[in-house]
Design a protein around this ligand. Structure first.
Ligand code: TXA
Ligand code: MG
Length: 342
C-alpha cells in the first residue's frame, strides 16, 4: 500500500483532503491525523477489524487500550454509561484540548478499543483540521499516537510517514503539533480524580477548576497508571543522557561533556534551549526559550532529528519536576539511559 500525505494548506486542499480522509475512515482504512499534542493513528472506533489493524500496524500489545476521539461533548455522552460528577465541568473548561478523561463506557464501545476494560478514554482534540474531519465523519475515532510502539511520538506528518509509510492509507498533514507531548490522562472512575499520565494540563490546572484534590497514580499505593505506562516509551535510537537542572555550572558541564565525547569520536547531539547554541555541539536542536512549554513542543521532533543526523549520544539539560515540567520529565526520564546528578 502506498501511503499518501494529504495537504491542507489552501481551503480547497483542506476540503478535498478532509473528505478523502473521512471516506477512508468510514471504509475501515487507517488514517493518521494531526492533533494539538501529537499525530494520531485513527480507525473507525465502531469497526473492530479496523481497530485491530491499528494494534498490528503499531505493533502495540493488545492489552493497551486506545483513546476514542470525538467531535464534542455530545458525542462523548453517547459512549458513556454514567457521567461522573466533575465530567461536564472539566469538558467545558478543557475541551477541545489536551485532556483525556477516563469514564465507564456503555455497550457502544468495543472490547478491542478498551482492551476489555469497563472504562474508556475520551478526548476532543484541538486542531481545526481534525475537528472538521470528526464533524464530517460523525463517528468516534480510536487512535493511539501514530508511531511504532516504543519509538518517539510523531509531531509532524513527515515523522508519521517515516514510521508508517506503506502500512496506512493516508496522513492528513496539519503542520507541526503545537503542544508536542501527549494529553494528560485523568481517571474519573475513582472517588478522587487520578492523573494516570501527566501532560500540559497540570494537576494545578485541574485542582483550580475542580476546587478539589487531584492525585498522581504514582502517589496512590496499589494504583496502576495507564496500562500503556508500563511499556518502554519515547526512546530514540541514540542514548539520551540528561543533566539535572540544579547542577552547578550546568552550561559548562554540558560544554565539557560535548568536548570529551567529540574527542572520543562519539557523534553527539545537544537538545537544549537557545542559550546553549554556542556550546560547541556538532548537532544542535533548539528547545526554544527553555520554558517547559517550549521543551514540550520541540522535544520529540528534536529526538527524531538528532537520531536522523546520525547521533549515537544526545545530551539534554533536565527541567525542574513541576507543572508542565513534570510532564516533560515523565517522557524524558523514560527515554533516557541515565541522569547526571553530580
Ligand atoms: O495526546 C494524546 O493523547 C494522543 C493523541 C493522538 O490524542 N494519543 C495518545 O495515545 O497518546 P496513546 O495510545 O499513545 O496513549 C494512550 C494512553 C495509554 O497510556 C493507554 O494505556 C491509556 O491512554 N488509556 C487508554 N484507555 C485507557 C483506559 N480505559 N484506562 C486507563 N488508561 C487508558
Ligand atoms: Mg503513544
Amino acid at each position: 500500500m502506498q501511503t499518501t500525505i494529504l495537504p491542507t494548506g489552501t481551503p480547497q486542499e483542506r476540503a478535498t483532503s478532509i473528505s478523502r480522509a473521512a471516506s477512508a475512515l468510514r471504509g475501515g482504512e487507517l488514517v493518521a491525523f494531526p492533533t494539538e499534542t501529537v499525530y494520531g493513528l485513527g480507525a473507525n472506533a465502531l469497526m473492530d477489524d479496523a481497530v485491530r489493524r491499528v494494534f498490528e500496524v503499531k505493533r502495540r500489545p493488545m492489552d493497551n487500550p486506545l483513546i476514542v476521539h470525538v467531535e464534542a461533548l455530545r458525542q462523548a455522552m453517547e459512549l458513556m454509561q454514567e457521567v461522573p460528577p466533575c465530567f461536564a465541568e472539566l469538558a467545558r473548561e478543557f475541551w477541545p484540548g489536551p485532556l483525556t478523561l477516563i469514564v465507564r463506557h456503555n455497550a457502544a464501545v468495543s472490547d478491542i478499543v478498551t482492551a476489555g476494560l469497563d472504562t474508556v478514554a475520551l478526548r476532543v482534540p484541538d486542531h481545526k483540521v481534525t475537528r472538521e474531519l470528526l464533524r464530517l465523519l460523525e463517528l468516534p475515532v480510536a487512535a493511539p499516537s501514530a508511531n511504532i510502539s516504543g519509538t518517539v511520538s510523531p509531531t509532524t506528518a513527515d515523522s508519521v510517514y517515516a514510521d508508517l509509510n506503506g502500512y496506512i492509507s493516508c496522513v492528513l498533514d496539519g503542520g507541526p503539533c503545537v503542544v508536542g507531548i501527549e494529553s494528560t490522562v485523568l481517571d474519573l472512575t475513582t472517588r478522587d480524580p487520578v492523573i494516570l499520565r501527566p501532560g500540559t494540563v497540570t494537576r494545578e490546572d485541574l485542582e483550580d477548576v475542580l476546587q478539589a484534590r487531584v492525585y498522581f497514580a504514582t502517589d496512590v499505593p496499589d494504583r496502576p497508571a495507564s496500562p500503556g505506562m508500563k511499556y518502554r516509551h519515547y526512546a530514540p535510537n541514540a542514548e539520551l543522557v540528561l543533566f539535572a537542572h540544579d547542577l552547578a555550572d550546568l552550561h559548562q558541564r554540558i560544554a565539557d561533556a560535548l568536548r570529551e565525547e567529540a574527542a572520543r569520536g562519539v557523534v553527539t547531539g545537544l537538545l537544549a534551549p537557545d542559550s546553549y547554541a554556542d556550546s560547541g555541539a556538532a548537532h544542535f536542536h533548539s528547545l526554544g526559550s527553555g520554558e517547559a512549554v517550549e521543551y514540550a513542543r520541540h522535544i520529540y521532533a528534536g529526538l527524531r532529528a538528532l537520531d536522523s543526523a546520525g547521533c549515537s549520544l544526545i545530551l539534554c539539560p533536565a527541567l525542574p519536576d513541576e507543572g508542565i515540567g513534570h510532564a516533560v520529565m515523565n517522557r524524558l526520564r523514560k527515554a533516557a539511559v541515565r541522569i547526571v546528578r553530580d
